[in-house]
Design a protein around this ligand. Structure first.
Ligand code: GAR
Length: 207
């Protein structure tokens, strides 16, 4: 059984998709061990609570320095002894020590087709604003492993979504979530939980 920690900052609709997919068997052989948020008001924490999942808040704001936060954050995560860390709308930079300790064991969902509209400054609605400003006709979502860069790790799964006439960033965000994010994040977890993903030469391959 793959033990997972889900890291969140906001509404937690991706967390909900993972909870539902475990409940209905779309994800087999996995269990959410804990939900960790940097924001105590995140609705995602309430979702965890509603499903009886351990949940905590740890925020950089409550520490004297980023180093002190990073140390405690890693200790906290380690205490849950998870096999996989899922970033589901988590807006804090993952400390380098955590990336090293969890190599190829941290995945992130990003709301675009990487390498478009990703990297520093592209998160949440900003990604969709960027896509609309550029006038792309297709966007989508990507699940990737997390490495030292921002949105640069091996790509696991991607799904394209059409941009439509009259889209606002909010409308497009919702379509990308419904048609892509809530599908490929559970699918990626299922593949990992069932030994179907390998990383070779810096690329993720599905077997
Ligand atoms: C999602 O759209 C996710 O892809 C995005 O934040 C949103 C969180 O929504 N993540 C990023 O932009 C990361 N760079 P949720 O809390 O409802 O899952």
């Amino acid at each position: 059984m793959l033990k997972i920690a889900v890291l969140v900052s906001g509404g937690g609709t991706n967390l909900q998709a993972v909870i539902d997919a475990i409940a209905d068997g779309t994800i087999a052989n996995a269990k959410i061990e804990a939900v960790i948020s940097n924001n105590k008001n995140a609705y995602a924490l309430k979702r965890a609570e509603n499903h009886g999942i351990k949940n905590i808040c740890i925020s950089p704001k409550d520490f004297e320095s980023r180093e002190a936060f990073n140390r405690e954050f890693l200790l906290k995560l380690n205490s849950y002894q998870v096999d996989l860390v899922v970033l589901a709308g988590f807006l804090v930079v993952i400390p380098p020590e955590m990336i090293a300790a969890y190599k190829n064991r941290i995945i992130n969902i990003h709301p675009s087709l990487i390498p478009s509209f990703c990297g520093t400054g592209f998160y949440g609605l900003k990604v969709h604003e960027g896509a609309l400003a550029r006038g792309v006709k297709l966007t989508g979502a990507t699940v990737h492993f997390v490495d030292e860069g921002t949105d640069t790790g091996p790509i696991l799964l991607q799904k394209a979504v059409a941009v439509k006439e009259g889209d606002t960033p909010e409308i497009l965000q919702r379509r990308v979530m419904e048609e892509a994010e809530w599908k490929i994040l559970p699918e990626a977890i299922h593949l990992i939980a069932n030994g179907r993903i390998a990383v070779e030469d810096g690329k993720a391959v599905v077997r």
